[in-house]
Design a protein around this ligand. Structure first.
Ligand code: TXA
Ligand code: MG
Length: 339
């Protein structure tokens, strides 16, 4: 995928202009209950170039107006996110998505099957899209998502612009599934958090690339088999070597402070045990061995264990069928060696 020149990001903690400084520094971040007034307030903050976190059915996003370079640059600064890692643009309708990318029959098939919902579709960017090149990190493709969460939908309708939103966590750390997780990780770095309670799915969206051959770029709750059924043919699996088609698939990611050991069939005395199925452990992802329940508990339980001041977390084996593949994808990154 070709990269264009991207405006330089203000990654330094001392932004160049007074306006940028005022936009990015908040003494404290406001947590907004999900009332109509607060949805309007959050939408106006976004339209004014501020950062607002909002719930989706997967995880909380850190939103900014995707057409505003300064606002989008603020996302990278707040998260400490590498500038080569592009963002997902969130939209309220399929018609809105079609304004920014070259739509295709395959896009229509997967959108019909899974939108609104936890699926992100990568398509060729229209040159006249108006999307900030900082969103795509200079790529000529754009990742689009139409979330199902009613608060996200209502917010996107009020903003009436595409909203760029990565998961609302400091780069490389565990993704947030509650407003409190967002506050703990990013307080002072965004204007407000719209609090919609815990996220139901709990793992980030599945990403399918439809720029050339359909490719699964990130596993999630919608599985490779689900996508194949919707498309009526097989899809490629993204390979870890293909850094350019999935630039943000870092090997070490979702990392708690503690070291993580996987496929643990027993837990040592100095380890906190994150169990699955009927095992004795400190926290259990799903005592009955239900993978959907385990996915929705994964990040919140990693957050909880990480606050118990142990340097070691061990995790039971998780079967890789269905959403289990996505759970293991996240666990492998949480356990990967860090820089
Ligand atoms: O569930 C989700 O997808 C959440 C919620 C907030 O919508 N968002 C999320 O964003 O997980 P983030 O930034 O944490 O992950 C976005 C992923 C990254 O791995 C990034 O590299 C990839 O999407 N991505 C974005 N644009 C892309 C593009 N044009 N081509 C390939 N991959 C892209
Ligand atoms: Mg993320």
């Amino acid at each position: 995928m070709r990269r264009k020149t991207v405006p330089k990001l203000p990654m330094s903690p001392t932004p160049s202009t007074e306006t940028q400084r005022q936009k990015m520094v908040h003494l404290t971040t406001e947590i907004l209950s999900p009332s109509e007034d607060n949805i309007t307030k959050a939408a106006n903050l976004l339209r004014n170039g501020q950062l607002v976190s909002f719930p989706t059915e997967t995880v909380y996003g850190l939103g900014a107006d995707a057409t505003n370079d300064d606002a989008v640059a603020g996302i990278y600064a707040a998260k400490g996110r590498p500038s080569f890692n592009p963002l997902i643009a969130h939209v309220a309708t399929i018609e809105a998505a079609q304004r920014y990318v070259y739509w295709s029959d395959d896009a229509q098939r997967v959108a019909d099957a899974f939108w609104p919902g936890p699926l992100t579709i990568v398509l060729p960017l229209r040159p006249d899209s108006g999307i900030s090149p900082i969103v795509t990190a200079g790529l000529d493709s754009l990742a689009l998502r139409l979330p199902a969460h009613p608060l996200a939908q209502s917010l996107l309708q009020h903003v009436d612009r595409p909203v760029a939103a990565p998961s609302a966590n400091p780069s490389g750390r565990i993704s947030p599934t509650t407003a409190q997780h967002v506050f703990a990780g990013l307080n002072g770095k965004l204007a407000a958090i719209l609090d919609g309670g815990p996220c139901a799915v709990g793992l980030e969206s599945t990403i399918i690339g439809l720029v050339s051959t359909p490719t699964l770029l990130r596993p999630g709750g919608i599985t490779q088999a689900d996508l194949q059924a919707a498309l009526g043919r097989s899809i490629d699996l993204h390979s870890a070597q293909d850094a350019i088609s999935a630039p943000g698939q870092m090997v070490s990611h979702y990392a708690p402070s503690a070291q993580v050991r996987l496929n643990a069939t027993s837990f040592a005395a100095d380890e906190l045990g994150l169990g699955f199925g009927s095992v004795e452990c400190d926290l259990n992802l799903s005592p009955t061995g239900n993978l959907v329940e385990a996915a929705s508990n994964l990040f919140s339980m990693l957050h909880l264990l990480d606050h118990r001041n142990s340097s070691k977390i061990a995790v039971s084996p998780i079967p890789s069928q269905g959403i289990g593949a996505a759970i293991n994808d996240r666990l492998n990154r949480a356990a990967a060696p860090r820089d």
